[in-house]
Design a protein around this ligand. Sequence first.
Ligand code: BGC
Length: 762
Amino acid sequence: MGLMKINKWYSQLFLAVFLVSSSLSSQSISAIPEVEALLAKMTLEEKIGQLNLLTPGGGAATGAVVSKNVEAKIKAGQVGGLFGVAGPKKVRQAQEMAVHHSRLKIPLLIGSDVIHGYKTTYPLPLGLSCSWDMALIQKAARMAASEATADGIMWNFSPMVDIARDARWGRIAEGAGEDPYLGSAIAKAMVTGYQGKDLKASNTMLACVKHFALYGASEAGRDYHSVDMSKIKMFNQYLPPYKAAVDAGVASVMTSFNDVHGVPATGNKWLLNTLLRERWDFEGFVVSDYTSLNEMIAHGLGDLQAVSKLALKAGLDMDMVGEGFLTTLSKSVKEGKVSEAEVTQACRRVLHAKYQAGLFEDPFRYLDADRPEKEILTPKNRALARKLATRSFVLLKNHANILPIKKTTKIALLGPLADSRNNMLGTWAPTGNPEFAVTVLEGFKNVAPQATLLYAKGANISDDTDFAKKVNVFGPRIQIEKRSSDALLQEALEVAEKADVIVAVIGEATEMSGEAASRTDISIPESQKKLIRALVATSKPVALVLMSGRPLTIPEEFDLPVAILQVWHPGVEAGNAIADVVFGDYNPAGKLTATWPRNVGQIPIYHSIKNTGRPAPEGNFEKFKSNYLDVPNTPLLPFGYGLSYTTFEYSDLILEKNEIGHGERLELTVKLTNTGNFDGEEIVQLYLRDVVRSITPPKRELKGFQKVFLKKGEQKKVVLTLKPEDLKFYNGDLNFVSEPGEFEVFVGTNSDCSLKKTFTLK
Ligand code: BGC
């Protein structure tokens, strides 16, 4: 059927049925006449079909199941959406099955995990968050949406905004780190970037904020594990980024695998209805995570019929892969366990999304066969990915200003990640292709063709074959050489001997972090530690380029006389971006968005901790105080930390007033001077402490930041503003309030900064 015909068909349907159906309750979401007309036409089975999201395989399946008989189900009107299908040709085939062969011709929603770029993979989200650059993050999301929609996808399972304070959890890589204030700003930037101003435009896509809720607080950092948290902590620390996404107009929400207050999120009525819909006024639709509905059986909440009923009644609209809705809801309606109105309401929300995406007007609007070639992996997009990568790097240490390196140097480029293409994209890049990634070796050659480059691998990422097998599920990431580790090391030392500077690219393989990639030991694997020790023993200058999807424990390496540049997994332009920074074409300015602990025993560790009744003394251990026998309470590297090739000095913190009234803003200024030898950017950070509260306050909380560029020797007055809501918190009754009294403001280069002023809220 041609496009015109479909349009005509829908308008006729609309005319015929709208009047009859206009009395149908839309229960809190605004009625769309076309959708109501369609609903009135649908059988119970067809409505249930819309609640079914399948994946035919071919993409990265993240559960045990891949959907079967997808084609027959689409034609039978049993499928509302698909994911894991891409490209105008394939999506068209699927869409035609629905639009030409099913009775009501309802188009499919086509989803995908476009987590950090579509084919132009940019740094993994934890890395990107270290840029603290909202305009750039929004631009990144915009580029991802343009590429994904060019390939026929109009629904993105992103942003992932789970606050994570436990680096053992592999999925810390997918989010923006530990802080709700920064996390909220990033959530908003990403939703805005994906969705744009007009969801019907052929280059915008519906966003899906995930994983609602609290997934990042899985006990002991083990993936899919239980979560148990007070409501005060939830509201103040964990929920704000999801709410920010909802406030930014996110079209859909994905539930999390974990339980929240005893009930798995997918069947949690308080979460999906009371909080999300009633309190936050969310009007979009809710999708489960991959088989998370069925997994409620293992959680201990009954059989498939029982958990499907629970989920529908809780407010879940779409069931991902598990087919619990498809196979049990009709029976439950017949048995009077759920009402048809409840099914209709879920269906209405799914249809609304299709309407919002413009699919009823033109189900093929995202399927222009010429677009992929013109719009995906273009030089312009790659240039943006390269820029994003350089902005995500964090200079952790720069002993004796080893970095930047002159382009004419004789360099020994060593380490298992120095010439690895497979490990550049990072976890959760299922739409990217590692073959297009630039290795570090290639990047060095591109950026510094004058340099003399000597390469040796030096070590395996890990020598442990069992470990490698688990990490290599999506392809070879850890490749263990036939040569002995001693032979690898020997070769590297011979190469190092001939060079003036050593650059060692080390750290985690891509799949050492990410989903189902939790670690109890988050240090650099022993095989690489040996290499680092031997390189430092040569007494040549050593720069470590450290890759990982999480904070690592590096107390030993941090104590060595080395430079350490943390580059996460930088994406498709990895090598070029690393070379840009190593050779000083760009001066790094990234700041950590998750605290780096001294050891795993300190976890959970984050900057907005509370004081105890027995605060630890600074420095030394004291009996009967809240401290450890073996390490200080402080982390190795605090939240907000990151160096530059230049140095910055903060002075003259001035508050506009010492006293403000309720609802008033407060302006602060601070003088920032570039005191070093390079032009550079600094991320000025503002932390607040509410000295006395009705519930115990955190010691400090991030409440403002600004990225400032200064030429060397330049000085600027930086203005920051505290808004009334920055003083607010959720109190014991979960009301969002500010309480009169004294506040302390800290401004500086990281969360440990000491420039301080106080003011009073009347
Ligand atoms: C992940 C989600 C993802 C989904 C679909 C799940 O395993 O938890 O983040 O969106 O798979 O790929």
